[in-house]
Design a protein around this ligand. Structure first.
Ligand SMILES: [Zn+2]
Ligand SMILES: [Zn+2]
Length: 251
């Protein structure tokens, strides 16, 4: 991977106290993409063609809707809708034909796995429309670059492994992604040391969080009412994010 390596955002995230520094970066990248798609990309013909082709997933449509720039979203949605209607039209007759064929089948032929297969194919074509997301693609590219930078810094920046070892690991999704990418960019001792260090902090932080969320549940017992919360007040949010990759927004 030959590209400019920008280490500043990684340093900044790793200096913050959080359950997953990559998730902090993800939130920034996602917010930047929402601005981009509602702003400059609307006026860029090549981007509009891409949007018309791929569209957005439900989560990213919602984020753009919540961002409030209705004209930007309307312009983009209008042309994307026109493009989607082509697929819809192509499949409309197929749906009618498949239903007619299915309805005409004798009862005994409708048993087994082929029941409604024609309609199911049409459904698959329509589901595909919702499963592609240009914003997810762009975010994934950025996140892959950030993960690469983490691996690069672990090997080349002498101060980084210490800060890395003092972090609270990553969410489950980013931990898996780190394990996947590590052998592609590291080898020998740095690879072993990176995976050892990360797995060590990962295990420790899961054990710590498990204790914190247990204490959260115990606080509901009247006998514990007056005992201190410790770090447990926001343990539910942190645990959900640790397991599910920022499913609950940070305050
Ligand atoms: Zn994460
Ligand atoms: Zn998406």
């Amino acid at each position: 991977m030959k590209q400019h390596i920008d280490t500043a955002p990684i340093w900044e995230s790793y200096r913050q106290d959080c359950e997953c520094p990559l998730c902090l970066l993800y939130a920034k990248v996602e917010a930047g993409n929402v601005d981009y798609f509602l702003g400059e990309s609307v006026m860029e013909p090549s981007q509009r063609i891409e949007v018309n082709k791929k569209g957005f997933c439900a989560d990213h449509f919602k984020l753009m809707y919540d961002a409030g720039n209705r004209l930007g979203l309307a312009l983009m949605t209008h042309t994307y809708m026109k493009e989607s209607m082509k697929t819809l039209k192509e499949n409309a007759q197929r749906a009618r034909d498949a239903a007619a064929a299915e309805a005409g089948k004798p009862i005994f032929k409708r048993f087994g796995g082929s029941k409604g297969a024609g309609l199911s194919e049409v459904a698959g074509e329509l589901t595909k429309l919702q499963n592609t997301c240009l914003m997810c693609e762009r975010i994934n590219e950025s996140m892959e670059r950030y993960m690469y930078t983490v691996l690069y810094m672990y090997k080349h920046e002498p101060e980084f492994p210490k800060l890395f070892a003092e972090s609270k690991g990553m969410c489950l999704r980013h931990y898996a992604q780190a394990l996947e990418m590590a052998p592609k960019h590291l080898s020998g001792e740095p690879l072993k040391s990176f995976v050892d260090a990360l797995t060590d902090i990962e295990m420790k932080s899961f054990e710590r969080l498990e204790g914190e969320i247990e204490w959260f549940t115990n606080k509901f017992d009247y006998r514990n009412q007056d005992k201190p919360w410790g770090n447990s007040r926001d343990a539910v949010k942190r645990s959900v994010n640790k397991l599910g990759h920022q499913v609950v927004n940070e305050d």
